[in-house]
Write a protein that binds this ligand. Structure first.
Ligand code: ADP
Ligand code: MG
Length: 274
């Protein structure tokens, strides 16, 4: 069925392709159900290396599920997913498919960093400790190496002076910037953002978007972002995908999707009617 490698030239260039580079995320006919509710309906979806893709769509359309599946926080009911050319759930051995072991899942998770709507920092750890934990325990860095790395990413998000504080002592915007630094400290090739500013007071949204905008300037970093910040999505995305009922209704360059959507569902969503 599949040999664990996305063969070159196997897929015609996707409609939404904007880079000409190889796919690093690839969903083939992926189905996900919760009970008898089909949340993803034979979804085909590709993101290419370095591409910045935004997913928009009404609540309940399956946006978070796509990201949670990638982080292997949810299983799937059908189809195949490849990340960086390797199957997410199964690895091929002697031409047969076997369930992915813990080792394989750990390797796949290392490829991706995720930032959630709720910042999910460890409340009992300082900001710096929040960032050093995974590099030490998952990547095997020494404490000194992990601290150096944490301080590097704290500087990137403009929080060098907050390293010794606890999450509860920070504003929501600062906490979310720590969460971004924490994800980056694993040096993932792919960053996933699930409505990273939706839980923030309006005056704190800008500081988080500024950090994400800076990341969007990184040529090799692949970004998949779910957001309701339309102006921002338009600014930073190579491609916008409109999701509805577990399918991609329409996708393309942000100018086209946002200024001249072809589908009635997209038009209704963008005019605030969904
Ligand atoms: P979105 O992020 O686009 O708002 P989600 O991916 O969170 O949508 O959810 C898609 C659908 O799946 C919704 O109908 C939601 O109620 C349902 N769903 C999500 N997670 C679960 C779960 N753990 N158990 C049952 N239903 C779920
Ligand atoms: Mg969601």
């Amino acid at each position: 069925i599949n040999d664990g490698v996305v063969a070159e030239g196997q897929s015609s260039l996707a409609e939404g392709d904007t880079t000409g580079r190889e796919p690093v995320i690839r969903f083939d006919a992926v189905t996900k159900k919760f009970g008898d509710v089909t949340v993803l309906d034979a979804l085909d979806f590709e993101v290419r290396k370095g591409e910045k893709v935004t997913i928009i769509g009404p609540s309940g359309s399956g946006k978070s599920t796509v990201l949670r599946i990638l982080m292997t926080l949810e299983q799937i009911d059908g189809g195949v997913i490849h990340v960086a050319g390797k199957p997410l759930w199964h690895e091929a051995r002697n031409g047969t498919l076997v369930p992915a072991g813990e080792e394989h899942l750990r390797m796949m998770r290392k490829e991706m960093g995720m930032v959630f709507q709720q910042f999910n920092l460890f409340p009992h750890m300082t900001v710096r400790r929040n960032i050093t934990e995974a590099p030490m325990h998952v990547l095997g860095l020494s404490r000194a190496e992990a601290v150096a790395r944490a301080d590097e990413y704290l500087e990137l998000v403009g929080l060098s002076d907050q390293a010794d504080k606890f999450p509860s002592q920070l504003s929501g915007g600062q906490q979310q910037r720590v969460a971004i630094a924490r994800a980056l400290a694993m040096r993932p090739g792919i960053m996933l953002f699930d409505e990273p500013t939706s839980a923030l007071d309006p005056e704190l949204v800008g500081e988080v978007l500024n950090v994400i905008q800076r990341l969007a300037g990184e040529h090799d970093l692949t970004m998949l972002l779910v957001t309701h910040e339309m102006a921002f999505a338009r600014q930073i995305s190579d491609r916008v995908c409109f999701f509805d009922k577990g399918r991609i209704v329409e996708q393309g360059p942000p100018e086209q999707i946002m200024s001249a959507p072809r589908e009635a569902r997209t038009q209704a969503f963008l005019s605030g009617c969904l």
